[in-house]
Design a protein around this ligand. Sequence first.
Ligand SMILES: [Mg+2]
Length: 193
Amino acid sequence: MKIGIDIDNVISNMDDTLLKEYLKHDKELRGTGIINHNPYNVRCGMFDCSKEEEETFYKENIERMAKNFRPLNGAKRIIDKLKSEGNDIYIISGRDNGEYSEPREMTVEWLKKYEINYDELILTNAYDKHAKTIECKRNKIDIMIEDNIATCQDLKENGIKVLLMNTRYNQENKDLERALSWDDIYSKISKSY
Ligand SMILES: [Mg+2]
């Protein structure tokens, strides 16, 4: 099988890192802490700052933060297992979105640092929810693992099987097949062999 895998919040712990960084930034800035415990995500009204202030902080720091992401538990182990069973691993990430100076170089380096093995690395623009669908079709991907609801829905509507990686920010979706962990991803993919 050709397995498509997103990076941020699927292989990497992006949300955890951002939450830590935003808490630290808030402490240095005004120290009002979390004012909304149930936002759409850490960037959307969780802290007492304006949209402009948040955007500036994000833009100025995302590249540094991304270099510090760590792989989620089990990601490397299960990807290695899937590869050893003859699957092709296509890493498909939306990092070509204007937020990184050299998205491919930094991503290749990060994957190498954590010894994540793959066959292809494809970068799309995360702000276009249809971009991954185009790449999945072009590369004949059998199943895509992704945490973004809109991207998953677009993939599904276009006939591509998806597994929604569970994150604290995509709980509102009840329709998509959800994977709770990398071991859960493995058991769900094994069933579709
Ligand atoms: Mg993601």
